[in-house]
Design a protein around this ligand. Structure first.
Ligand code: PXP
Length: 250
């Protein structure tokens, strides 16, 4: 399979740096333009309930900017009434439902869908009706994938954090086990008709094996790219990630 793998550039931490001082700089919209220049296929931003990085005004600005550029916005958000109202007002291309509170998480850190099927099914239905592609951020776990499928999600984003942590901490046997799990569960989700994305904690060192999974069509990457951008610029850090992803896909 040689389907192109999309890169969603997550710019949350540009806003983290801005908010450390208040004011307007560095500007997440400028980051979105630089990410697009470097080869990002879309922009991802997480509007957290506590607004610790991206703000409501950023989402408004990103929506206008990206609509003008013809690039998709992937809005990450918790499953709350407030966030849904914001999403319905802006109608981003995609909405990714993520856990924010501890009790919403599985042990691997993804959303606990299996325990909350009814609530989540009702929560996402209006978003899908409004034309947003609804993605659910979950652990690479069969139960969670089946539940995401049952509630009518179009997409699952598999949490790569445990794989990346194991690599960073030199626990290579565990890393390989996590990678096997991600591979198997990508294939399983795809077999149910779900579109498969992946992300969290990915770096130049860890991206290639995940990018090589044929069922994965999008990676969402932020923190590492923004960190690298301090040294080489955001367009360059995105370009290098894009190159590694494309190489892994051949
Ligand atoms: N995907 C989802 C659903 C996320 O919540 C995040 C973090 O905001 C990412 C991807 C990107 O993770 P990172 O910033 O570690 O690359």
């Amino acid at each position: 399979m040689t389907r192109k793998l999309r890169l969603g550039g997550n710019i949350d931490h540009v806003a983290t740096v801005r908010n450390a001082r208040g004011g307007a700089r560095p500007d997440p919209l400028r980051a979105a333009r630089a990410a697009a220049e470097g080869g990002a296929d879309g922009i991802t931003a997480h509007l957290r309930e506590d607004r610790r990085h991206i703000t409501d005004a950023d989402i408004h600005g990103l929506t206008e900017l990206l609509n003008g550029m013809g690039l998709p916005l992937n809005l990450e958000m918790a499953a709350t009434a407030e966030m849904r109202a914001i999403a319905l007002r802006h109608r981003p291309h995609a909405v990714c439902i993520v856990p924010e509170r501890r009790e919403e998480r599985t042990t691997e850190g993804g959303l606990e869908v299996a325990r909350e099927e009814n609530r989540l099914a009702h929560f996402i239905a209006p978003l899908a009706e409004a034309g947003c592609r609804v993605s659910i951020f979950i652990a690479a776990d069969r139960r969670q994938i089946e539940a995401a499928h049952r509630i009518g999600a179009a997409v699952v984003e598999l949490h790569t954090g445990a794989y990346c942590d194991a690599h960073a901490e030199g626990r290579f046997a565990e890393r390989d086990t996590e990678l096997d799990r991600l591979r198997d569960m990508s294939a399983f989700a795809h077999s149910l008709g779900l579109e498969v994305h992946a992300g969290h904690g990915l770096t130049y060192d860890t991206v290639a094996p995940v990018a090589a999974f044929p069922e994965v069509v999008e990676l969402n990457i932020g923190h590492y790219l923004i960190g690298e951008a301090i040294f080489v610029g955001l367009d360059a850090s995105i370009r290098e990630m894009r190159r590694l992803m494309d190489n892994a896909r051949q």
